[in-house]
Design a protein around this ligand. Structure first.
Ligand SMILES: *Cc1c(COP(=O)(O)O)cnc(C)c1O
Length: 468
């Protein structure tokens, strides 16, 4: 299996290079040269498999000869045995045809764990084989930092340093990062804003000698391996609801477009997903695109669903490439135009093709609270604000075939957003037992001023890049 860049100026690569590089050197995103297609009989054979086995078999179609099926199975088994639910990604029925696909049973209570937990192990496996090490550096406003730290902790070939703005994350978010005592994890609290943290990280990556010396790497959401690791849960849930002999729809609370793109990739493999509902909060660039071909960036508005407070959905470029008939020049021109003007009108035929499969839906904060209350009353279900936008979208955009089930990606545990849930229902969602003592655990982090030299010194001190 080889991968091409959506902008066409980078040489095709194998899985290992795509995993380690993240972004292609021409600024594009990697996609498989062609989609692996499964027959009806092959889909049926996957029914009922344990999740770790299912995910190894699906991922094996994407890794080529980088890893054997046995090696992959070892990694997925180790990864998913740490999840708190024996089904790993259980389906919960909310209504006659609506099913929540709970993706939040990993260590940090959000769906990103499903992919990142595996990614940390994939990095380690590939780096050990090559005799290399990397230092992952990232900035967080609270949410993604803990998922990255949990993914990389105790990995032998990886060190991780995460910058957060001092005093500006929630206490749960900070503690999920700073109570990890692994030797390869370091937390840096910057006396400044999230933007200051992000600028420091960018400056470190731009400093070529520093970048080379530290072997800096990122685990951002454009990494193809992250998308690939999200495909198996759509397969598992669709098979459980009758695929390949029955069509399903999916409803996905969307920010960077990674999660819904994984569902779309499953369809390219032959899984019968008839409809993709793209659910957003007030930051609704994707909904505006799907309703009226209005892809135009606006200022980000803070909402009750902060993980979807995004105006530029980076993974959209992968769908755009397909909509434009896999034409890299046309894709690059569209993306450059978007960057320059903040707007991206898409050729009419391509937009119409998108609207055949995708439908957008927007819900504001008041609607989100009402939906959380509704789910609690109607189904006794506590949903976090992100998930609630997905369930409301599933009803509003229900497929015309009344027998077609809708799989709703439940992307965060309600205890991750307790204030909104309590406001809507009067119930304070408790943290799962594994995190119940979070407030008693000791913390470890260093506070530094917003200063590049100081931050680089900290990274240098914590990178074990020269260790044997
Ligand atoms: C990251 C995140 C999303 C958005 O997922 P994308 O893949 O970026 O579209 C939605 N909900 C939660 C809880 C998240 O953490």
């Amino acid at each position: 299996m080889r991968y091409v860049s959506t902008r066409g100026e980078a040489a095709p690569r194998g899985f290992e290079d795509v995993l380690l590089a993240g972004l292609a050197e021409d600024g594009g995103l990697f996609l498989p040269e062609s989609w692996p297609l499964l027959s009806t009989a092959e889909w049926r054979e996957l029914r009922g498999l344990p999740y770790a086995e299912l995910s190894a078999r699906i991922l094996h179609r994407f890794v080529g000869d980088a890893l054997t099926l046995e090696e992959l199975r070892g990694l997925t088994t180790a990864t998913y045995s740490s999840f708190r639910h024996p089904a790993v990604v259980p389906l919960v029925q909310l209504g006659p045809r609506d099913f929540a696909l709970e993706l939040f049973h990993g260590p940090t209570l959000a769906f990103k764990d499903v992919a990142l937990q595996l990614l940390g192990r994939l990095f380690d496996h590939v780096l050990k084989k090559r005799g290399e090490r990397i230092t992952i550096v990232g900035a967080t406003s609270g949410d993604t930092g803990s998922a990255a730290i949990e993914a990389c902790r105790d990995r032998a070939a990886v060190d991780i340093v995460i910058l957060h703005p001092e005093g500006r994350t929630s206490e749960v978010q900070r503690r999920q990062m700073t109570t990890v005592m692994s030797a390869n994890v370091a937390n840096l609290a910057i006396q400044g804003s999230f933007d200051d943290c992000q600028d420091l990280v960018k400056a470190m990556f731009v400093d070529a000698p520093f970048r080379g010396e530290m072997k800096l790497a990122a685990v951002n959401s454009i990494n193809w391996a992250r998308i690939a690791a999200q495909i198996p849960y759509y397969v598992a849930s669709a098979l459980a609801l009758g695929a390949p002999d029955r069509e399903v729809a999916v409803s996905v609370p969307t920010g960077n477009f990674g999660n819904v793109l994984a569902a779309w990739a499953a369809k390219q493999m032959g899984l019968p997903i008839a409809k993709f509902i793209v659910a957003s909060n007030r930051n609704d660039i994707l909904t505006r695109f799907l309703v009226s071909n209005d892809m135009s960036a606006r200022a980000v508005e803070p909402s009750l669903s902060p993980s979807m407070d995004i105006q530029v959905s980076s993974n959209f470029e992968r769908l755009l490439f397909e909509l434009l008939g896999r034409d890299p020049k046309a894709t690059a021109a569209q993306m450059q135009g978007f960057r320059a003007t903040g707007r991206m009108p898409i050729p009419d035929a391509a937009w119409r093709q998108a609207t055949q499969h995708f439908q957008g839906f927007m819900l504001d904060d008041a609607g989100t609270l009402a939906e959380i209350a509704h789910l609690h009353e109607a189904a006794g279900y506590l949903a976090d604000p992100h998930t609630a936008i997905g369930t409301a979208a599933a009803r509003a955009c229900a497929p015309t075939d009344p027998h077609m089930p809708v799989i709703i990606a439940a992307t965060a545990h309600p205890a991750k957003f307790p204030d909104a849930v309590q406001r809507a229902t009067g119930v304070h969602p408790p943290l799962p037992a594994a995190l119940a003592d979070l407030y008693e655990r000791p913390e470890r982090f260093t506070v530094l001023p917003n200063d590049l030299a100081a931050a680089q010194g900290f990274v240098r001190q914590h990178s074990r890049r020269n260790a044997a």
